[in-house]
Design a protein around this ligand. Structure first.
Ligand code: AMP
Ligand code: MG
Length: 475
């Protein structure tokens, strides 16, 4: 047997962190999509993986020689702390580069809490498409190696085709894993988990005076950076529970997420987020809230003196807002080709956002048209305000036009996975098995900053603007 998977180093942690469990969701596995390019980047033998034997391994049908586990974690879901754990995911093993290979939709586990442990084709394809797009947009994310149909029928609102996504993450450590350690474990368990996280992700921190505090600082910084990137691109995660916030700083769990079309600062897509807790403009605050939960869980590692530990944590948490603003403003300025963080430049950005919101403009389209200085696409004749803004802006960037445009092309994608394209591609695969639209979409969102012919030819149809677009949790 081809052994590219080794036993996960997660098994070196105390046993309360996981449960042994075998995948059971497949009857007749079949690749819906296999990410050949990514497999090659991972130095995996693609011929083997595409063979029946490889498919059996990657779908969890044949697990001989492996030590699969489900990970324990808790999570604040919409503000309420709950015991969760991998209820429908199983960690199959570790890749040669140290990343986790996980199957999502692999059957029940001791953490299934009455759920069936299964996933269906639509939501798994969605995770594949969006995570691939995020990667192409230069946003840290888990990735998808494949979507595999299991051959089982799965009951949701109707019978659906069962599927699993083969997910790769640098790890699946979450804020919720630390909450679990703190709630159910002893101090030594929290410490073991923090040691594991440092060794896995940030071994250089071992050289610092206080590695645990350094871990905390680093997670804060990486989350500030990540959420700034989401905001800059118009990505709404949709379910920023503490179990969906990683220690590595990768985006994880693509359930009810979506990209903004029309710019609306408090946009919510998720059907279950009725209070707007995870609205677009709330994401940075929720990041801070989640990091405070992280602080609570690892606090005792900062100092034996409780007051001192608290002061240290607060000092670091207070830096989050500035860190976020730093990355966010940098990105926003770049979106209009500027670098200098002057009040005048920042005002120019906020003026544009105000106009976009007032005039219900498309987020991606506006910045793409600015990047191309495409006055027609901007519909300047219809807006006195945007016209005036444009004149002011073009005067500012004209002396350094080339470098400004170059900068803009680094952050303003020519293409995002438009919600309707994602839905259409999935529907086509679900209903007819035809993958034409899926492959077209995947090729359109590849190298989104390239502004290639195909991307430039794409025009977002007016009748596809759907401000009432709803997404559902991928259960
Ligand atoms: P998610 O919304 O994917 O972040 O999942 C939240 C929690 O619910 C995790 O503990 C999942 O493992 C669990 N879960 C979601 N769907 C199912 C399912 N069909 N069966 C069992 N557990 C599930
Ligand atoms: Mg989750």
């Amino acid at each position: 047997m081809y052994t590219f998977l080794s036993k996960s180093d997660y098994l070196t942690l105390p046993t309360l962190f996981y449960k042994s469990v075998f995948p059971t969701s497949t009857i007749e596995p079949k690749y819906t999509i296999f990410n050949k390019e990514y497999a090659k980047q991972l130095n995996l033998d693609t011929d083997y993986l595409l063979s029946p034997e490889g498919l059996n391994l990657l779908s969890g049908t044949d697990t001989s020689g492996l030590t699969p586990i489900a990970q324990s974690y808790m999570g604040h879901q919409f503000g309420h702390l709950t015991m969760l754990g991998d209820g429908r995911a199983i960690l199959l093993g570790e890749l040669p580069n140290g990343s986790d290979l996980q199957l999502k939709g692999s059957g029940p586990t001791p953490f299934s809490r009455g759920g069936d442990g299964m996933a269906t084709l639509g939501p798994m394809l969605r995770e594949y498409i969006i995570s691939e797009a995020m990667h192409q947009l230069n946003i840290p994310t888990t990735r998808s190696l494949a979507v595999i149909e299991t051959g089982k029928r799965v009951l949701r609102t109707r019978m659906e085709r069962g599927a699993l996504v083969v997910r790769v993450a640098s790890s699946h450590l979450r804020v919720g894993t630390f909450q679990y350690a703190s709630y159910y474990g002893k101090l030594k368990d929290v410490q073991a988990l923090a040691d594991y996280a440092i060794n896995k992700h940030y071994p250089h921190l071992l050289q610092t005076a206080s590695p645990y505090l350094s871990l905390f600082k680093t997670v804060i910084k990486n989350q500030a950076k990540l959420i700034a990137k989401w905001q800059i691109i118009g990505f709404i995660h949709g379910v920023m529970n503490t179990d969906n916030m990683t220690i590595s700083g990768e985006t994880i769990d693509y359930g009810p997420c979506a990209f903004l079309d029309t710019y609306k600062s408090n946009q919510v897509f998720s059907s279950i987020d009725q209070q707007g807790r995870y609205a677009y403009n709330q994401q940075p605050n929720i990041g801070a809230w989640n990091l405070t939960r992280f602080a609570e869980a690892i606090l005792p590692l900062f100092s034996q003196d409780e007051d001192e530990a608290l002061t240290l944590a607060k000092t670091e948490l207070n830096k989050y807002k500035d860190l976020f603003e730093h990355y966010f403003q940098e990105g926003l300025l770049k979106k209009i080709g500027l670098t200098e963080r002057s009040p005048k430049n920042l005002d120019l950005v906020s003026d544009l956002f105000a106009i976009m919101e007032e005039e219900k403009r498309d987020f991606t389209e506006t910045f793409r048209a600015l990047t191309l200085q495409d006055k027609l696409a901007l519909n300047l004749t219809t807006s006195i305000k945007l016209n005036a803004w444009y004149e002011q802006w073009i005067e500012i960037i004209t002396p350094n036009l080339d470098s400004s445009i170059k900068r803009m092309k680094q952050v303003n994608p020519a293409m995002i996975p438009r919600n309707y394209l994602v839905e259409e591609a999935i529907e086509e695969v679900e209903t007819t098995g035809d993958k034409t639209k899926l492959n077209e979409l995947l090729s359109l969102i590849k190298n989104p900053y390239e502004y290639n012919e195909k991307q430039l030819a794409y025009i977002f149809p007016d009748d596809r603007r759907d401000d009432s677009y709803k997404t559902y949790c991928g259960t």
